[in-house]
Design a protein around this ligand. Structure first.
Ligand code: FAD
Ligand code: NAP
Length: 541
């Protein structure tokens, strides 16, 4: 019997109970590994547990954004809309947790602060902020790519006396804005989804915008029984298409128009025809031209049409002008999709504050003071995003071999082999880590692929009496070089692009492109080939 000071022992410690951590429990159980999930929130769901702001919903068809590992689960679950809203996705997460009795292996309200590897014992010891300790040969970080909220360091932030909300830490009790003056900072996906809903009830909504975004209509709609039945009969085919696609999407029967790049170049299509296509196919037509994603001049032509579109929807000329993205290309950030975003700015109770012209000077006890005006409101909402991809990992003090700290190893940007491991940190795995397709894909597909690869790897080690696996430095260096090489030449890395993919949204964060552009299908093949070659590029001991 361990004494009360001894850490609790498992085969695997998992951090995070989002869709990644949940599936890992199921995988560990099916392969005979004991595991525990440590989660700082009070229940499962991760992203969908935390981001409860009005309007939060999937940006891809939810049918595709669902687990594929259990055919019965697929058949018994009915999605009500094409792009399910947060409450429905969280209900799905809870359903999965109940159905597979996942909470039995989970500890909630438990935040991990440190993890260190003992080379002699070949074990990770994980410590929580409450001082509890857990140990296991394997540690899996399922901590999420978009789970550390970003609070901008704006002068006077602490002085604000009204109600403060962050889209990524939204309260569990209903929040209403009836009769309230609201200010929101940010115009990324979270803001663009929530602004139309908040505007419905707020007395007045001030939108503080630093960079206007390119957003496209979500084309969301309720699903019919006929469509659901068709999908249910064809799930296997859809999953196969997803797994071998570029972005983890089959676009099975839906969204055919969005982001399907054709052969034709925008520079070869005359202006009138471009406009005709826009009128017929909407904004997604702009991303279908072959050259828009790779040639800045072609991209600028698409952006001109985009801006014309904004001018056509937004009545007030100054507001329309403020909402027009300029100086960075379409496609350099994750595509934002919206419901009636631009139309919302035609309401009398919504106004935009263009911070490019009138920057924030400070946050005051009653609101925001820009360089030329004072704005007062009852509620201040931060829709300011995340310290993405590395934030949650670097928050944990992770000590690997020879006492090296992961956050020091990553001080100039994350370095991984396949986004799965970092050299110097044996038996430490990441789910959708930097260097994998991750946030460039339908995350559910990438999550399942990683959870399966990692747990299969642990079973391989166990079955062959290996105690440790560690990415080698040459394999890691080669992979980092490859990740950079495939990203260059795309809109994702051009100098004018300041995306969170590049860490550019967090002051002081190194500017390094973090996800892998090479595609979900190619990446899966590569991971499978590595495993088939007895984990080539990893040292087994
Ligand atoms: P998460 O869901 O982020 O879960 C990680 C968990 O780890 C969190 O619950 C967190 O509390 C916990 N954790 C982190 N650090 C610690 C610690 N130190 N100790 C204890 N617990 C810790 N992706 C898509 O593909 N399509 C979409 O439409 C889409 N929509 C999104 C909408 C929003 C608002 C956001 C923020 C993201 C969206 N994403 C979307 C990305 C989304 O994050 C992933 O799809 C997916 O939910 C990630 O699951 P995960 O389990 O890997 O991470
Ligand atoms: P985000 O895209 O990073 O947007 C943050 C916004 O806050 C930006 O407009 C940013 O302006 C602004 N901001 C940050 N600091 C600021 C400051 N100091 N002053 C003024 N403005 C400031 O974050 P997000 O909207 O939460 O989205 C992040 C990602 O989460 C998305 O890209 C997507 O992957 C995922 N997501 C998906 C959905 C969905 O549709 N399913 C919804 C929400 C989120 P700048 O651009 O100028 O920095």
């Amino acid at each position: 019997m361990p004494d009360s000071d001894s850490p609790e022992s498992f085969d695997v410690v998992i951090v995070g109970a989002g869709f990644s951590g949940m599936y890992l429990v199921e995988r560990c159980r099916s392969l005979g590994f004991s595991c525990v999930v440590l989660e700082q929130g009070s229940d499962v769901g991760g992203t969908w547990y935390w981001n409860r702001y009005p309007g939060a919903r999937c940006d891809i068809p939810t049918i595709e954004y669902s687990y594929s590992f259990d055919p019965d689960l697929e058949q018994e679950w009915d999605w009500s809309e094409l792009m399910g809203a947060q409450p429905e996705i969280l209900t799905y997460a809870n359903h999965v947790a109940d159905r597979f009795d996942l909470r039995r292996d989970m500890r909630f309200d438990t935040r991990v602060s440190a993890a260190s590897f003992d080379e002699t014992a070949n074990r990770w010891t994980v410590t929580t902020t409450k001082g509890d300790r857990f140990e296991a040969p394997h540690l899996i970080l399922a901590t999420g790519c978009l789970s550390k909220p970003n609070w901008p360091a704006i002068e006077g932030r602490e002085s604000y006396q009204g109600k403060i909300l962050h889209t990524a830490l939204w309260p569990h009790e209903p929040v209403t804005f009836h009769g309230e003056r609201v200010g929101i900072i940010g115009t990324g996906s979270s803001a663009i989804q929530s602004i139309p809903e908040i505007a419905e009830t707020a007395e007045h909504l001030h939108v503080f915008q630093r960079t206007p975004n390119y957003t496209m209509p979500a084309e969301n709609h309720p699903l019919t029984d006929e469509f659901r039945n068709e999908i249910k009969a064809n799930y296997a085919e859809m999953r196969d298409l997803q797994r071998h696609s570029l972005a983890g999407m089959a676009r099975y029967g839906v969204m055919g128009r969005i982001q399907e790049v054709g052969e034709e170049k925008i520079v070869e299509v005359d202006e009138e025809e471009r406009r005709r296509r826009l009128a017929e196919d909407g904004l997604p037509s702009l991303r279908r031209y072959a050259d828009v994603g790779i040639d800045l001049e072609a991209n600028e032509l698409a952006c001109d049409i985009y801006r014309e579109y904004v001018a056509g929807v937004v009545d007030d000329e100054t507001t329309a002008d403020a909402l027009m993205p300029r100086d960075y290309p379409l496609g350099c950030k994750r595509q934002v999709v919206d419901i009636d975003y631009y139309e919302t700015f035609n309401r009398d109770n919504v106004s935009i504050v263009d911070l490019r012209i009138d920057p924030i000077a400070e946050i005051t006890p009653r609101g925001i003071r820009t360089e030329s005006a004072d704005y007062e409101f009852d509620v201040l909402i931060y829709a300011t995003g995340f310290d993405a991809m590395t934030g949650a990992i670097n928050d944990i003090e992770i000590t690997g071999r020879d006492g090296r700290l992961l956050r020091d190893e990553w001080s100039a940007g994350p370095r991984t082999y396949l986004g799965l491991q970092s050299a110097g940190f044996p038996n430490l795995f990441m789910i959708t880590g930097p260097g994998s397709p991750s946030v460039l894909s339908n995350m559910m597909v990438s999550i399942e692929q990683h959870c399966e690869w990692v747990t299969d790897c642990m079973a391989y080690l166990r079955d062959r009496n290996y105690r440790a696996i560690e990415a080698t430095m040459p394999a890691q260096d080669g992979w980092v070089e490859h990740v950079n090489a495939v990203a260059n030449g795309t809109m994702l890395t051009v100098e004018s692009c300041n995306s969170w993919y590049l860490g550019a949204n967090v002051p002081g964060k190194p500017r390094v492109f973090m996800p892998y552009v090479g595609g979900v299908g190619n990446y899966r093949k590569r991971c499978d080939a590595v495993a088939a070659a007895d984990y080539e590029g990893f040292a087994l001991s």
